[in-house]
Design a protein around this ligand. Sequence first.
Ligand SMILES: Cc1cc2nc3c(=O)[nH]c(=O)nc-3n(C[C@H](O)[C@H](O)[C@H](O)COP(=O)(O)OP(=O)(O)OC[C@H]3O[C@@H](n4cnc5c(N)ncnc54)[C@H](O)[C@@H]3O)c2cc1C
Length: 381
Amino acid sequence: MLPHREVYEAEHALLRDAVRNFAATEVAPHFARWEAAGIVDRSYWTKGGAAGLLCPQVPEAYGGAGGSFKHNAVIVEELAYAGYAGPVTGYSCHSDVCAGYLLHFGSEEQKRRWLPRMARGETVCAIAMTEPGTGSDLQGIRTRAVARGDDYVVSGQKTFITNGQHADLVIVVARTNDSAGAKGLSLVLVETDRPGFRRGRNLEKLGHLSADTSELFFDDVAVPAANLLGAEGGGFTALMHELPQERLALAVSSMAAAQRAFDVTCEYVRNRKAFGKPIGEFQNTRFKLADLKADLCVGWAYLDQCLQRHERQGLSAHDASVAKLWCSEMQGKLVDQCVQFFGGYGFMREYEICRLYADARVQRIYGGTSEIMRELVARNL
Ligand SMILES: Cc1cc2nc3c(=O)[nH]c(=O)nc-3n(C[C@H](O)[C@H](O)[C@H](O)COP(=O)(O)OP(=O)(O)OC[C@H]3O[C@@H](n4cnc5c(N)ncnc54)[C@H](O)[C@@H]3O)c2cc1C
């Protein structure tokens, strides 16, 4: 069970119930089919919007619930604890990441146009930073947005983009000035029905099987200058502003998925017998599970501290990096140990622990790798 936590209040408990209900009625019956298809149904988005689970931080004036990041966290926790890593990634990218860019850097017109549709799930949003030639090093981005008359013309290629197949709107990180270094990056909104935009393959992955993750191609896509999100040259600053929340959301999903792996393992070792007794009675099992339990307790405590800080004053890059690094590394170690307790069954996809293991791996890679998190933490030593 997810632990009781003092950072949450009664309204969060109500939302938690609503997410559990949504997971049971709108995700569980379809999940195996979505994993086989490599993508969720489009109705997952509109039903999530109707249930009030999208973009909770968006103010009511723009069609959202006017909540705080704790509402986002409850949604991520419940879906991740239920084992729905693919659906979590899609919603999290849309609500925890993309909505923030529009909210904090969008013009009034952009906010009025996109946020209500995003909250209803009619518009699915993606953010495209990574390119085949560069991921960790954002300053290596080569996609360009060149001013031409009243337009920007976007050309380049992106890869590994979450929601790439469903996306109606892509926040593209593009170079607007070749000689200005980080100040040469800008954010440009590209609607996916514009001529020159093309989706590549829905990529086959180790885990998160129902999340659509894609290559995207921009062949001289003309967008009006009004599609610039924030200031020209302000892309890097916007990324630095928004990445802490993205990393906090990833820490939340790591903790919830790790808790799930721990709980299903405790259940398994109580029932599986070897040498005439449950394997949970061997001292090796008890001590290792005790260590994992201690890791979970510490992780939740730090996460809750970060949730409070983020709500009160915004999370620092340092705290967000520590949270993402520690929680995702802990999750990786924990699921690996848990698979071991399942023996051969742990390697079978029909066992939940196997899927939790596969789904965990990417947590140390996307949203900034563990090595990049260490770089960011080390900067403040
Ligand atoms: C499932 C999935 C979904 C994703 N979704 C999105 C998305 O929606 N939008 C998006 O833009 N991107 C997305 N990504 C991309 C993801 O953010 C990148 O894969 C990640 O940032 C790493 O970049 P890279 O793959 O180019 O690896 P590289 O940057 O090539 O890194 C390779 C290795 O080198 C290490 N390394 C790099 N620089 C340093 C350094 N300075 N010091 C030490 N080690 C270093 C890295 O830590 C890593 O271990 C997604 C990726 C996956 C797998």
